[in-house]
Write a protein that binds this ligand. Structure first.
Ligand SMILES: [Zn+2]
Length: 110
């Protein structure tokens, strides 16, 4: 089973078994692996569920180490629901990152 990595030249998502990027045809050198941004899909589901049920008090932000903005979310009750909704959408489309900058996603890229 292959994992998805990002081409170090064009940034497109490719498989780690691709020796040549199918998008820009650059040779890949995986013995010195690129900074992988592998999607953690299962954790994306956790984030989505946490955010859906308890997102208005920022539980998903505490869970992923974003304590500062988590407290801010409690104080503002999830930005009166708007910030909550925005986070829920960002998790759903894979634009939410944890405190280490790892992107979380529910879905695989096409
Ligand atoms: Zn490429």
């Amino acid at each position: 089973m292959s994992i998805n990595v990002f081409c170090r030249y064009c940034g497109q998502q490719i498989s780690d078994v691709d020796l040549v990027c199918p998008h820009c045809h650059s040779k890949q050198h995986f013995n010195t692996p690129p900074h992988t941004n592998t999607r953690r899909n299962s954790e994306g589901v956790v984030a989505f569920v946490l955010c859906f049920f308890l997102g208005f008090i920022g539980i998903h932000r505490f869970y992923y180490g974003k304590v500062g903005t988590g407290f801010l979310m409690i104080l503002t009750m999830g930005g009166l629901g708007i910030w909550w909704l925005v986070d829920l959408i960002r998790i759903g489309v894979g634009h939410f990152t944890d405190s280490q900058g790892n992107r979380l996603s529910l879905i695989h890229d096409h």
